[in-house]
Design a protein around this ligand. Sequence first.
Ligand SMILES: Cc1ncc(C[n+]2csc(CCOP(=O)(O)OP(=O)(O)O)c2C)c(N)n1
Ligand SMILES: [Mg+2]
Length: 597
Amino acid sequence: MAVTTSELSTAAPSTGTQITPEMRLRAPARTGAEAIFQLLVACGVEYVFLNPGTDTAPIQEALVALAADGEAVPTLVPCLYENVAMAAAHGYFLVTRRPQLVVVHVDVGTQNLGGNVHDAMRGQAGVVVLAGRAPYTVDGQMPGGRDRPIQWQQDVTDQIGIMRGYVKWAHELARVETLHHLLPRAVQIAASEPAGPVYMTAAREILMEPLEGGSVDLVVARRARPVVTPSGDQQALEQLAEWLAEAEAPLAIVGTVGRHPEAVQSLVALAELLGMQVVDARGPLNVPFDHPLVADNANAAVREADVVLLIDVDVPWIPRHVTPADGTRIAQLDIDPLKESIALWGFPVDLPIQADSSKALPELFAAVERRGSAADRARWTARCDRYVAAHDGQQQARAAALDKLRNKRPIAAEWVGAALAERLPAESIVLDEMVTNSDAVRRYLGRSAPGSVLSAGAPGLGWALGAAVGVRLAAPDKTVVALVGDGSFVFGSPVAALWAAQQALSPFLTVILNNAGYNASKMPVLGLFPDGASHRADAFPGVRFPTPPDYAALARSCHAYGERVDDPAELGRAIERGLAAVRAGQAAVLDIMLAPI
Ligand SMILES: Cc1ncc(C[n+]2csc(CCOP(=O)(O)OP(=O)(O)O)c2C)c(N)n1
Ligand SMILES: [Mg+2]
């Protein structure tokens, strides 16, 4: 049924502040699928990362039909493998904090989202996943009912169960009458901290079902907002400030503070005020890499601390390797201090404070400042000066070490870090999925800008390439660089990711730290069996790639620039060529040959 303009622009209700009269409160939607898009657009969803199947036909049709009517629809990014779609939405969220839509094919497409679902959960990325499910009707009673054999095979016992352990919320969209409640709810839950993925299924019958009046109610969608986060109980922050002010060796252990870039400055200010060391547990950029207060030896710092402040960190230390001394005061600032999703989380905390660290840190800084006597301040400054002096010595040692490595053949990972640091524009965003070469590269990468380093925040490999597609879409003026191991590169479905980058006009530079194998899967064999048969025979099944694929050629076959780099003297120029290709709109892959493991 046709809908008139007046029906679509009913006046704002008399109460409520969010809705202005010019905002329409209903939108045209002929079908359930069209209603889903109208609702998601109203919630701020801008992209749909799609891998289609028989069940998604109404969704594909809705995108075209709505656009033909002049309606706004999310921009389509075709993904030839589903894990790329999941990572791209994850990357987009890390930059914007806005969940996007991933659409996949029934149970099998859901399964192909793979380890990147784990990453979205542990990395606290708000992503809305919508999958088809087998049609409900069989005898032709309804449009969209079963019409091919696979739909009986796809009728599995518990499709939502595939995702249940990894999502904040999951639901089957069963009726068109409730879509206007459920879609905004999905986006709100995904975006609210701790953010995370949500999962919905929908059969073709509902996706094709006509909507009463040919329109959908947008009132709830217009109002949906992420929940306002707490800044932390004032009394508890005062208590913490007292502990920190008195401490002789205060230590912050940080995980994902930098997800809110403004929190980086607050953390640095607090650390510098107190002369407090920081252990960075490796998420986004939490503190500038070369800051003098970053602890060089994390275990020693944990052992020596008398006050430890855990900030948004899942694993502050490994008890088997180190624990804080008895009597150490341990406090926690975390949006999710209980960590209920981690079954065995037993780290001792005397003062757990639920808070958004970007809000709590400035409060804590002010509370510490208020407490500091002149004598306190002199003690804090002297402590800070000692760390700065030690750091100067360490920087000199690092520079000397680099001089020995810059001409080394095969290329040293440290030199890759330094060569990148020399050439990457300051505004670049680096995605770290380097695994065992990460420490060496980061030591010389010198990143300092908040928001300029991102990571999956979790160990599901195959994240960085897809994530780079999403990050570049979210930050089109920035240079996006994925630093990956050779194993991680392959896990990232490079054909699908590079092709998505081309289709979505989201070029990025990939740098492969190619050690011809899975070093991270070799090291535990040596660690657990130092004198074992593998060590003696130098035999490590499944971890070495003696004839690695030609990744540069693979890149070229996907319309990307591809270059293999063996010569350390050529590395800088190769990076420049890669960056030039990206500036010209083409994805680029540099396959840097390190010593094989
Ligand atoms: C999806 C997935 N599969 C397997 C693993 C186990 N795993 C952890 S590290 C690693 C090897 C990574 O190799 P590469 O990226 O080349 O880095 P390197 O270890 O060589 O530094 C593997 C297979 C994983 N973390 N995620
Ligand atoms: Mg490797």
